[in-house]
Design a binder for this molecule. Structure first.
Ligand code: SDX
Length: 446
């Protein structure tokens, strides 16, 4: 088991794969390093000189490593999740979210001086240009907040053109600080806009989570007093959602960032990917599924409908975790604390019944479908009175820390270049184009 971060350079190896091509009878030796072969080593396998050579074909990258990374380690079978070697169970509830954000980017925990500087810098960059506020006011009252997040974060890139100088570490430093600081502000503005409430400016006396809750919920009081149970819940949930190795949205940030675009635009691509119901949008879908079930007595019939292939049990299953998502265990414990504070909720009872049935039913067991991080988070956010379509925003805010750490690691990785996969062409062979339409512009009545 690796106890130290693997080096960024490929392992020296004598291990190899002998490949015999039955088309030519030729045998090739391909090196094995870090449990992988380089698919570019397959290009030598050809039937003749004009042959392009073999490629690997792996739709959705089910079995493809796209990079070398020292940030997050997951063991899906053992249900292990570590940030820079620290087990998630030891960080959640003990560290602060900003301490974890520092760890993810820098690889080591900050000392007190580094931490205080980091918190100071992020605190003092929480304001956004007033034009961003006006830009967000242009959205309809019923706009989905994730649409406003994608647009708002992308718009930030136009306010910091110097961020394009991505190989100047000072520019990366300030861009990372600006994004960690301003994304909660944009998120809160989106919330207040949809509610028809005036935006609340950041309060630099408050911690990161308290300030976010203040921008969300402060009304006429001069100073917002956050419910400590809610502040603790936000801190823990932000830590749990901070990074998760090469998930769909991180892959989007790395791919878009590989074109050397600025980090604001790359993070906006990550927010777009996270918006999808199979990814970060699942926490919103979990609540919609539970309210559709409506009552405990309907749970068995709903489970049966899923087993017949009519829809999915949202919040269950994972590409990597084939056992309980370690984050889900922590979230479930947190849900108990939050509900102890705000009172039990019939939807929580439905969720627990769903979990009880699914964990004992062979359909789910055989497919290794266990609750993932999204299954209980929605219930906590709902208990905190966040609207259902806001849950994925609460996933996006902390994931900015992971996306930026992965973005910078990609940029500084000498093996990386612009992401540009190949394809298996399945279309027509060459065929002639014969113009046959009347191109004159006229209004056609149908
Ligand atoms: C996140 O990648 C990450 O790390 C993501 C994430 C992160 O932190 O970034 O962890 C956050 O996105 C968590 C996942 C949230 N999504 C959901 O809860 C949506 C519901 N779950 C799924 O749709 C699904 O499980 C995925 C998308 C999460 C994983 O899909 P895979 O690995 O591509 O698996 P699959 O779709 O190939 O399914 C394998 C089988 C299929 O059955 P068969 O066709 O073999 O009969 O399992 C079934 C699927 O139909 N299946 C489910 C199911 N998930 C998979 N059946 C019912 N309910 C489900 N939830």
């Amino acid at each position: 088991m690796s106890t130290t971060a693997t080096s960024q350079t490929p392992q020296a190896t004598t291990d190899s794969l002998e490949i015999r091509d039955s088309r030519t009878g030729t045998t090739y030796t391909v090196p094995i390093a870090d449990g992988t072969i380089r698919t570019s080593d397959l290009r030598q396998i050809r039937v003749n000189e004009s042959d392009f050579g073999l490629m690997g074909y792996d739709p959705a990258f089910m079995n493809t490593a796209s990079c070398r990374s020292a940030i997050t380690y997951i063991d899906g079978d053992a249900g292990i999740l570590r940030y820079r070697g620290y087990p998630i169970e030891q960080l959640a509830g003990k560290a602060s979210f900003l301490e974890v954000a520092y760890l993810l980017r820098n690889g080591e925990l900050p000392d007190q001086k580094e931490y205080d500087r980091w918190v100071h810098d992020i605190t003092f960059h929480t304001y956004v240009h007033e034009n961003i506020k006006r830009f967000l006011e242009g959205f309809r009252y019923d706009a989905h907040p994730m649409s406003m997040m994608v647009a708002g974060v992308a718009a930030l890139s136009s306010f910091y053109p110097e961020a394009k100088d991505i190989f100047d570490k000072r520019q990366r430093d300030i861009s990372i600080i600006r994004l960690l600081a301003k994304v909660p502000t944009i998120a809160a503005y989106a919330y207040r806009h949809v509610k028809g409430l005036p935006c609340i400016y950041p309060d630099n006396d408050l911690s990161y989570s308290e300030n976010f809750l203040s921008m969300i919920a402060r009304m006429s009081e001069s100073k917002y007093e956050a419910n400590p149970v809610f502040t603790k819940a936000i801190e823990i949930l932000f830590i749990l959602h901070a990074d998760h190795e090469q998930n769909c949205s991180t892959n989007a940030v790395r791919a878009v960032g590989s074109s050397h675009v600025d980090p604001f635009s790359a993070v906006a691509a990550g927010i777009s990917a996270l918006y999808g119901p199979l990814h970060g949008g699942a926490n919103e879908q979990v609540l919609r599924m539970i309210s559709e079930i409506g009552d405990m007595k309907n749970v068995p019939a709903f489970v049966e409908s899923v087993k017949q292939g009519k829809g999915r049990l949202m919040g269950f299953g994972h590409r990597v975790y084939k056992s309980y998502d370690p984050r889900a265990k922590i979230v479930k414990k947190l849900a108990d604390e939050v509900f102890a504070s705000v009172g039990m909720d019939k939807d929580l009872e439905i969720a627990m019944e769903l979990e009880r049935i699914a964990l004992s039913d062979d359909y789910f067991i055989s497919r290794k479908l266990y609750p993932n991080v999204d299954f209980y988070t929605g219930l906590i956010y709902r208990a905190m009175k966040f609207p259902t379509d806001y849950f994925t925003v609460l996933f996006a805010i902390p994931r900015v820390a992971g996306w930026l750490s992965q973005w910078e690691e990609m940029l500084l990785d000498k093996e990386q270049k612009i992401a540009r996969p190949r394809q298996i062409y399945t279309g027509y062979d060459e065929r002639p184009f014969t113009p046959a339409l009347d191109y004159r512009k006229k209004l056609v009545k149908f």
